[in-house]
Structures are given as structure tokens and as C-alpha cells.
Design a protein around this ligand. Sequence first.
Ligand code: ATP
Length: 666
Amino acid sequence: MAHAYKVKIAARLRPPIYGEINDDGVQVVHNDDDISFISVPNPRDASQIFKFPLTSCYDPLANQEDIFENDVRPMIDVVYSGVTVTVFAYGVTSSGKTHTMQGTKSDPGIIPRAVEALFEKQSGLQRYHASLAVSYMEIYKDEVYDLLVARDNAPKLPVRENDSGQVFVANLTSLPVDSLAEFDKIYTQVPTLSGKLNLVDLAGSENNKMTGNDPSRMAESAAINKSLSVLGQVVHAINQGASRIPYRNSKLTRLLQDALGGSSVGLLICNLAPGVKFRQDTLNTLNFAVRTKNIENKPVVNERDNRPIPKPHFAAIQPSGPKLAAAVLPVASSSSSGSSRPSLVPSYPVPTRPNSTNGSRVPRPSMANFGGSSSLGPRLSQVMAPPPPPRATYALTDKEIDERIARAVEAEVARRLEERERERDREEDARRAAEAEERAKEMEKQKQKEQQRDLSCGQEQTLHSSEDLESELKKRLEELEQKMFVQQALARKIIEIEWAVNHGKPFQPSPKRPRKHKAKKAKAVKNGSGAGGGGSGGGSGRGSSCAAGEGSHRNEESLSRQDVLNSDVVLQLAKGSTDSSEKENLGVEVTNNSNNHNSLRSPKRQADAMLEDDSSLETPPPKSKKGKMASAAAAVVREDGSDDDWEQWEPPAPGKKSKKRNAVLV
Ligand SMILES: Nc1ncnc2c1ncn2[C@@H]1O[C@H](COP(=O)(O)OP(=O)(O)OP(=O)(O)O)[C@@H](O)[C@H]1O
């Protein structure tokens, strides 16, 4: 919750200028107990004195520096905390508003001093950087004009409100008053504060009787009166706790909205003209001041607090001061002119300040108490009564209130800065977290890519290795198959030789296998009946043709088991059979040298030759019909050698045999 901060009110009574009578119609009183107030006799009853205790009361001897140092310079610090500050001068024509706000070259007022202070403060900033820009506008006949463009074609500027409820003048020129280029360079890197100092010189609050009969001036005065009237209505509505504040009824109040119940810190300087001549205007001005000082702003939160102020309103105590009611705004008509036009009062030499020894007092903040929520009514009523209120009735002095307000503002500013710091830290953390997350995602993607690459690489390798393995297996299989064929052929021969030896009969090669079986086998192999199929197919193929069949297969197993009938042994047998007698016994005729050649060949070539010669391994022919081939084959495989069929089988006669063999070998 933002701290409520009341509008500060200062009153400055200018010295009489040339031609004016110093009749003590209005006085600034500094009591011994350091209470200052503005004293104005009741115009209708001089015995009655109205006393207006305000935040600061400056007598005619106060100079520009006093006002600036006491009331304005503290606001500069607030501006640099990011809070909008509005200082506006209010008073009757020629009361000294322009003198207070602008001053002269030799005696500069609040505006040049404030700008100078802003620069001083800016150069002293270490942690923050600030840019300064100036806008200058005039409200004339309830229209806003930009004073930084040529007057001839200056358009009327609209007053608008942004999303956060801040009122601004659209298209108003804003000129940088420092090197903006340098600021831009570091703008994005450092935090910036957006404070605003509104310095407002209002039009005279007098009635338009003094404007004469000039129609143009009358219209001008009416517009001024209207805006000042609305200003009074706004102040009144705020004090009443009204649900609707008529800010929009005039451009002036619209633009001062922030300073009147908004988020701006406000300082109202009431300029007072001396003498009985201005007494009624002075009362009007001070009435306005009294009502305005009850307005509470919230410098931090841009929200207007329309809640009723817990202090009795000035109007509520009007019965106790019947004369005061007439002095409350709106004012009656009088002569008036815009703030930018020259003063109606000619300028005269200003009296110099006398030495302090002559009893005049340096203006200082009033010590009068106005801060208590219930102090205004009694105080005002006491103001109406001759005896001043006892000191004890004031709970706090102005100084204490000022200190409290300053502390509250400082605390709020510190809180806001901390909040911004935390916000920045949070943003930084969030940014870092987002970056880390991004990096993690990136790494994860990279990892997945690498994994995919490795996987495809491994698959390729596996594929290659499996292809290699397959071709290797095929190669080995072919070799084994070839060996097996060789062994089968040899085994068959051995069996036949053994049979011939055992039966004392000459070796007679098996009858030639029919050609068609060979073709079948080739077809089977071609159809990919597999290695096992090749082996068994080959065996059966040959078995079916030579009647060796399973028997030869079993013998092949036996050969491989005992490793006796390996190719060397077989070759020896074959070699040994070269003897002619044995040749006769074995039934091997060397009529064809190809057999001898075969025995001298390499195992592979021998196998090929044997296979080729396999045609000579003729199975004993069936006795009768084809159907007996199977039983003959079964007889061959019996190990006990008691094969009736084979015994019954007679090798062919030599003559027939050679004929047959020739037929086979050819
Ligand atoms: N404190 C002061 N000390 C000396 N002279 C002053 C002081 N205040 C005002 N004056 C003089 O009084 C005359 C009127 O003052 P100024 O023009 O500032 O009044 P104003 O309120 O701005 O009038 P307007 O409403 O017409 O703009 C000027 O000549 C100015 O020099």
C-alpha cells in the first residue's frame, strides 16, 4: 500500500510594487513559538482575523533561493525516484506567480533552478542513468498549445490517458536537454527511472472585473475562470469523497489530475498580492489552499484514492465562519489574462531585503500544525476566534509532518528500487534458466543425432559381417559337400571291394547310375535344398542308383568316425590295386589309364574324378524287376554282410563286363 502524501502548500506574499500602498491588508506572521501563518482581516469585519497556517509561509522579504531550497529541492530527489512531481503556482493576477516560477536572469525562479538541480543530481547518479527532456505548454481558452513550436501553426493538442491511467498531452514536443546519443548507448544496459517534474504557472485566479470591456479579454478571462472554477470543483469533490471527480471538465484539471489525488507529489505555491485591494482575492486563494492541502496523493501507485478523507471538510465548519463561505471558489468575474500574456501590472524595482537586524524574518517552513485529522476544524474555528489555540492541541508540528512525509517517501522510493532490483534479478534468473534449458535441449538433440549415427554405423557393420559370414559358410559348405562326395564315392568303392574280398569274388564296379538321377540331383541342389539336403540328396540319389543308399551313408559315417578310410588310405588301396594280380582280384582293369591318373591327382581333383568316375560305381543290377531295387539297396547296408541279394548277384562276365565297363567309361 502506497503512502498517502498530502499536497504541500506554500504561500508567498510579494512585496508591494510601485504605486501600491502597503496597508498591511495581508500579513505573514511568525510567532515566537515558530508557528507561521497568513493573517487576513475579514473584509466585512476588520475585527476578525483569518489565519491560514500552511506548510510554508514566505513574507515579502523571502527570496527565490529560500523558496527553492526549502520546498522544491527536496522534490528533485523524489523525481529521481521515478515519481512525478507537480509544482504549480496559483494566485491572482500580478501576485507574483511568474516571478516565482520563472524569475529573471539575475534572479532565477523555480524553473531554472529546478533544471539546474536536475542536472546536478543526474551527474551524481552512479547506479542509474537518467535522461532529461523538456516540454513546454500553455493552456489558453481551455486548449493546450505547444510552446516549443512556432505559435502561428501550433495545433491544439489533445489530452489523453494511457493504460496506466496517467494523463498526458498527445504530440507535445519533448526536447532532450542533455546528450541523448550517449544515453541511448547505455540505455538498454542499465535501469532507468521515469520521473517527471511539472512546473505550472497558472493564470490569475482573479475575477474578470479587472479585464475591462475588451471582448477578447473577456472570453479569455471566462475560459480562465472556467478552468480555475473546475479546479476548485475538483478540489472540493476530492475533499467530499465524491465518486466522480470532474477532472475532465477542463484541460487544466485534466493535466493536474496526477497532482490532485493522483500519483504525483504536489506542491502548490499560493502567490499573494499585498494590500487591502487584493484582500478578497487573497482570501479566495487561501481558501483554495486550505482545501487543497487536504488532498492526499499516492506517489507510488497511480491510482486515485476517492475515499472520504477522515478529516472534517472545510465546508463542514463553514457555519462557524460565515464570512469565509463567500471567499470560497468559484470566484466572481474579474479581469484576467492567460499565463503567457504579460502581467497587467507594470514591473517596478523590487525592494531589496533589509538586514536581519531590522527585525524582518527570513521565510521558513511554517511550524503550524495542520496534519492532524481533526485539527483543521478546530484550528479554523480558532482562527475565526481571537485567541490562538494552545500549543498542546497540535499533535505534530509542520516540521515533524514534513519529516514524516519525507521518511515515508524515502521508504517508498527505497522499496520501489528494491522491487525493481528483485524484478531485474528475477528476469535475469529466468533468462539464465531459459538459456540453460535451451542448451540442454541442444545437447540432447546432439546426443540423439550421435546415437542415430552410431546405430546406423553398427547396423552396417553387422550387415557386412553377417554377409561375410554367410559367404564364408557357403564356401565352407561347398568344400564340405565336395569332401563328402569324395568320401561317399570312396566308401562305396571300399564297400564293394570289401564285399568282393569277403566273398572271394573279383571286384566288379557297380553298374552305372542312370543319368536322369544325376540331373535330378543337380536340380535339387539348384533349388537350394540346402547343405543337408545336398548331402542326403546326394547320398540317396546315388543310393537309389547304385543300391548303396542308406548303407553307404552309414558306412560314410563309420568312415568319418574311425578316420580310417580317409582319402590317403583309400588312395593306398587304390595304389596297391595296381598290381595285376590284385587287379584281377579286385576286378579292376587298367585298360583305361585314367584310373591311375586319378590316383595321382590331388584330393580335390581325385574327388572330381571319382565323382566323374562315379558312373563306374555301378550298383549290382536287380535280379528281376525294378521294384526289387529297394530291397537290394537295403541288403547292401547290412553290416553282417549277409546280403542274399548281393550273394545272388553275379558280377558280369569278363567279356560282357568289359563291354559294359567300356560303355560306362566312355
Ligand atoms: N517576490 C517578488 N519580489 C519582487 N517583485 C515581485 C515579486 N513577485 C512579483 N513581483 C513583481 O510583481 C509583478 C507581477 O508579478 P508576476 O508577473 O510574476 O505576476 P503573475 O502572478 O505572474 O501575473 P499574471 O497572472 O498576470 O501572470 C512583476 O513586475 C514582478 O516583477
